[in-house]
Ligand binder design. Structure first.
Ligand code: GLA
Length: 387
């Protein structure tokens, strides 16, 4: 990879003196979907696919960005001071947002940088390519300028940048999973308190197979913000009859006692998903700690059903992938992952069955949807760093 980055750098920015190289992972969420803005738990892990960067200090106050993935966009330049969102700056609004947010929090970059990015996460796949770019950018500035923030603060900076600068009212999961990733571990995170635990992903003879619908999705234009608002309204209605800090703080029994306060059937289903999904995630972490993979897989399947019927964020592509996976031999569990409305699904599959499973799922998906899915055998990797 170093060689590839050096070569790309040379053709874009010239000589490589003073250039340093970095990586930040993508993420896949095993279970706990649409719970992170409802005070619930999530259970993601960092991937070995992600975003690479080469970066060098400048002597002036200019930022220059280039992406190997979008060569047609060329080098995009912006001043280091007074950074503002500009639509025509495209993908660079992600790194720009992070640098602006850092400055707001007192991490003021003393000089400009040239940064070249190269992502190995398929665009629009829902494996968090944008959070990966954000966390990577914060890592680069941290290393060059010696900023003293830890991984948790790094994730909060990047989340604030995504929300404030790029207008997606996201939770903390993606940025946290990436900034705090650890090899062969899933991160069991309480999004209300940010208390977290690394749970070893001991999956003897089992592979994590990621299935891409190849249907592109953009968080901003999806119904993401709408779901979030529905949950907030449902919480406000519950609070007219019961004190609770969040939907995630309620057990299923407590919810049954107060759910009549929610005045619309749609919001009732949204809230029910937030609550049952949180409980499933807590149970899934217990199952994994206890080596109960079958129990874990069952919870994954239930999660998909809830996302499909109660939260309504799956759509025909994800449903086709997941239901085909459920039918294939050796599949322990399968569900959509990430925001939904396209993007990827994740499954646990017995190693000896993976080839056949991918073939069967591909055939059935193509028949139903009209184009082919893509598969990745996921490796669970570390958080960001210099390489
Ligand atoms: C996106 C958001 C996350 C989370 C998921 C759904 O990935 O960025 O914060 O809400 O959707 O679980």
């Amino acid at each position: 990879m170093r060689e590839r980055l050096e070569k790309e750098w040379k053709s874009c920015f010239g000589d490589t003196e003073g250039v340093r190289y970095f990586f930040a992972p993508g993420r896949v969420n095993l279970i706990g979907e649409h719970t992170d803005y409802n005070g619930g738990h999530v259970f993601p892990c960092a991937l070995t696919i992600g975003t690479y960067a080469a970066a060098r200090l400048r002597e002036d106050e200019t930022l220059r960005f280039y992406s190997v993935n979008f060569p047609g966009e060329g080098v995009i330049t912006c001043p280091l001071r007074g950074i503002v969102y500009r639509e025509e700056d495209g993908w660079t609004n992600y790194p720009k947002g992070v640098i602006a947010e850092m400055e707001k929090r007192g991490f003021r970059a003393p000089a400009g940088l040239d940064i070249m990015y190269f992502g190995t996460i398929p665009n629009g796949s829902g494996l968090s390519s944008s959070a990966s770019i954000e966390v990577l950018t914060a890592e680069i500035l941290k290393v060059f300028f010696g900023f003293a923030f830890d991984g948790i603060e790094q994730s909060l900076i990047c989340q604030a940048a995504e929300r404030g600068f790029n207008g997606v009212n996201c939770g903390i999961m993606d940025q946290f999973a990436i900034a705090m990733g650890r090899r062969e571990s899933a991160i069991f995170l309480d999004t209300e308190t940010l208390a977290y635990e690394y749970v070893p992903l001991r999956l003897p003879g089992v592979r994590i197979v990621i299935m891409n619908t190849n249907k592109k999705r953009g968080l901003g234009d999806s119904a993401y913000n709408e779901r979030r608002a529905e949950c907030e309204q449902a919480l406000a209605e519950i609070r007219t009859v019961r004190e609770t800090p969040s939907l995630g703080a309620l057990t299923e029994e407590e919810f049954a006692e107060c759910s009549a306060a929610i005045k619309s059937p749609v919001r009732l289903r949204r809230a029910r998903h937030a609550i049952t999904e949180n409980r499933r995630t807590i149970r899934a972490a217990e199952a994994l700690r206890g080596g109960d993979l079958a129990g874990f897989g069952k919870l994954m399947n239930e999660s998909h059903i809830s996302l499909r019927d109660d939260y309504e964020v799956t759509g025909p592509e994800l449903d086709a992938l997941v239901s085909a996976a459920w039918k294939a031999e050796g599949v322990i569990g399968a569900r959509m992952t990430g925001a939904g409305f396209g993007g990827c699904a994740v499954s646990l599959v017995r190693e000896e069955c993976t080839e056949r499973m991918m073939q069967e799922v591909a055939e059935s998906y193509e028949k139903a949807i009209g184009y082919a899915p893509t598969f990745y055998l996921a490796e669970v990797g570390d958080g960001p760093g210099e390489i």
